[in-house]
Design a protein around this ligand. Sequence first.
Ligand SMILES: CC(C)(COP(=O)(O)OP(=O)(O)OC[C@H]1O[C@@H](n2cnc3c(N)ncnc32)[C@H](O)[C@@H]1OP(=O)(O)O)[C@@H](O)C(=O)NCCC(=O)NCCS
Length: 287
Amino acid sequence: MNRNREDRVAIRTADETMLREGSRIFVLALGRDDPAAEDHLFAMSKLLADGGCGHFIGASLGGRMVGYGALVTYEHLGWIAFMGTEPGMQGRGIGSAMLARLMDEARGRGISSLKLDATNAGIKLYAKHGFTEEYPGRRLEIPARCPPPGQPAPKVTLAADLPDWCLVMDRRAFGEDRSKLLKLILRDGGKLLLAGEDGFGVLHGRKLGPLVADGIEPALRILWRAGDLGARVIYVPLHPGMPRAFVEKLRDPEPEGKAVCCVRMAFGEPVDDEYDLVFAAHSAATG
Ligand SMILES: CC(C)(COP(=O)(O)OP(=O)(O)OC[C@H]1O[C@@H](n2cnc3c(N)ncnc32)[C@H](O)[C@@H]1OP(=O)(O)O)[C@@H](O)C(=O)NCCC(=O)NCCS
């Protein structure tokens, strides 16, 4: 029965109307009724699609759009993101069909490695398509008083342009040239924070990420400065190199089960990344 249903799913590249509808579907799929989150996702989708960094698809059943997904592309690495099926339509093979299409698209572009941050709802789907689990991650809250009482103001500068050393450090951290994406985020109002040449962070809206640093000391300086400038949200990958002392400075705002918790998953060629340098990602499955 599933098979017949799968056959009727039509998937196509999303135009602007579909980016808007897809953002609505994705937020609904996450169980939220949140117009501000929809607007944010639409803005992110449009930024990535117009900037040539993201390939977005919509899945329709009986002529109605019911699913959304994207492939964010670098050179050899791709990222699967924004995957969502309308709540009443889940479990009918739509997610599977969308993922297969995005993986085909990646193959066609010569992308040899794929990564993603899976929610609990997505893990089984991705595992079925050959993805393996790496490490978890969690969205946490940055304390309102930054830096904490008694600590000196951190030495961190704001910069308008990305210096070369940032791009080199980012490439070491993620194993791929992400300069196009980073420049897009900065053009979209992201603020670049530099801790000498030992680390950098991007403050985008109320979110701090990515945060890439050579050790906890510059990472904390950037965290405190970003908090002072209004950052409240951070998505922390809990890889084996993440210092506990960094996570302990942050707050878990949501009751267990409601917090945004993801698992990093990978497919294809291993990526030569130095994840120890990564203290925050730009975003997780929730955009
Ligand atoms: C993850 C998601 C996109 C999968 O979409 P989908 O259309 O339901 O996917 P499929 O129907 O192809 O199902 C894929 C697998 O998910 C599991 N699954 C899907 N819906 C399920 C449900 N309601 N209950 C239990 N398992 C379910 C099944 O194990 C299925 O595998 P199977 O074919 O072996 O049974 C969808 O569940 C969703 O939108 N979730 C909420 C948003 C989210 O968390 N997105 C993931 C971001 S990483």
